[in-house]
Design a protein around this ligand. Structure first.
Ligand SMILES: C[S@@+](CC[C@H](N)C(=O)[O-])C[C@H]1O[C@@H](n2cnc3c(N)ncnc32)[C@H](O)[C@@H]1O
Length: 403
């Protein structure tokens, strides 16, 4: 039964929705096991798979076809029946499913309280942010009709009024998901932190007044912009209401005002030229390429003159070697992300040009993960004195443009 809604404390503080997540000892043990299992698959099993490719499958393919695999599709063909690929894939799918399962019971136990706290935060906005959701909004099929990332119900499922469950599961599950990865562990906003510090170094005169994060989820990759651009207003849009409600409550209690609204990034209700900076993280690869193109055209409309885009995404095929491209495309086939490979086959700069940006203002590059690289080395990176770490070892791929 739902308990009585929580009230603001006498000190004027509001209940912390994240603190309501109280996994038991056994649940924490399970979460740690899943983080370790993912690391084992992504490091050890991936290494076994690469050895099998180099020593068995590539020579065998070359013998049969008269040439070694030339691209990611031929590598995939060579690997499809390899036992190390089967083990890697089966374990990775299981770890993915277990990620969300490992946090679900703890969310369900406190769900009525979480909903009450989120409602209260949305009514009172103690930090000065805002939340707009629309009960008539229909999320696109590419998010709502498949269990993206194996999240049961995808990002969008709502089983009760003002539901926050999937938002909480995705937020806590993502910590389990990245628990074994050094540059993301304990730092959910690592992408935003890295992009923001890079922009500040690379474009010292750029001072955005309004920043928009597309596909913001719970807004965790929006909040770090506040450190770097303290005067900017922060906006986030997403088609999924549960994450927006959950994230809004998280950041209101931390005193970080985010303006979150349920909208499709392909066509928003913001006026022309409303933003100076538009960002996103892990966003475009989950939508059809036609929707990516529509979103970038909408980004162009929303940017003020001189405004900038800086989207973090998976690197395209042209930026990685064919074997890495084959491994990256795994998610397209086994992680309910059917548009992943099509997206990665595009050239981000060309996508920006097609959306209306002048070619001379468009760019793409790897940037270092800020916290592990450090500010001093970031300055040297921006001055072209040192490179970013190799992909997979603490760097992010980003692309952008200026209007
Ligand atoms: C992989 S999640 C990334 C969330 C967040 N940016 C992060 O870095 O953790 C992709 C998000 O994009 C949202 N999304 C997908 N298509 C969208 C669209 N057309 N407009 C707005 N949000 C969308 C999904 O609901 C989901 O929250």
């Amino acid at each position: 039964m739902p308990e009585a809604p929580l009230q603001p404390s006498e000190a004027g503080h509001f209940a912390d929705i994240e603190a309501l997540f109280q996994p038991t000892h056994d649940e924490v043990a399970r979460q740690r096991f899943v983080s370790a299992l993912r690391k084992h698959v992504l490091v050890d099993k991936a290494a076994d798979m690469k050895t099998a490719y180099e020593t068995v499958e590539r020579p065998s393919y070359a013998k049969k076809e008269g040439h070694a695999p030339r691209d990611l599709n031929e590598i995939r063909e060579a690997m499809l029946h390899d036992p190390t690929f089967a083990v890697y894939s089966a374990m990775r799918v299981n770890a993915q499913e277990m990620t969300w399962q490992s946090v679900s019971d703890a969310v369900e136990r406190k769900l009525p309280e979480m909903v009450a706290v989120a409602r209260e935060a949305a009514r009172l906005n103690p930090a000065g942010g805002s939340l707009r959701t629309d009960p008539l909004f229909k999320p696109p099929a590419y998010v709502a009709d498949i269990d993206v990332h194996h999240i049961p119900g995808s990002f969008t499922a709502e089983l009760m009024p003002d539901d926050v469950a999937i938002g909480a599961v995705a937020a806590h599950g993502t910590k389990v998901f990245s628990g074994g990865l050094a540059h993301r562990r304990g730092n959910p906003g690592a992408v935003a932190e890295s992009v923001a510090h890079f922009l500040k170094r690379a474009c010292p005169d750029f001072k955005p007044r309004r920043i928009l994060d597309c596909g913001t989820g719970i807004g965790k990759n929006l909040a770090p912009y506040r450190e770097v651009y303290p005067d900017a207003e922060l906006y986030g849009i997403d088609v999924a209401a549960p994450g927006l409600r959950y994230g809004h409550a998280c950041f209101e209690v931390q005193g970080i005002p985010l303006h979150l609204s349920q909208q499709n990034a392909e066509l928003t209700d913001f006026p022309d030229g409303f933003f100076d900076l538009i960002v996103s993280s892990f966003f475009f690869h989950e939508m059809p390429v036609a929707s990516t193109k529509a979103t970038l055209r909408e980004n162009h409309r929303l940017l003020a003159k001189g405004g900038r885009l800086a989207h973090m995404e998976l690197p395209p095929n042209s930026e990685v070697d064919p074997y890495t491209a084959f491994v990256l495309d795994w998610d397209c086939y086994y992680n309910y992300e059917p548009d992943y490979a099509d997206y990665r086959a595009q050239e981000p700069v060309q996508l920006c040009v097609d959306a209306g940006f002048s070619p001379a203002t468009c760019w793409q590059r790897f940037i270092p993960n800020w916290r592990t690289f450090g500010d001093k080395d970031l300055a040297r990176f921006v001055a072209n004195e040192i490179p970013a770490p190799p992909y997979g070892n603490g760097s992010w791929f980003i692309f952008g443009a200026r209007k």
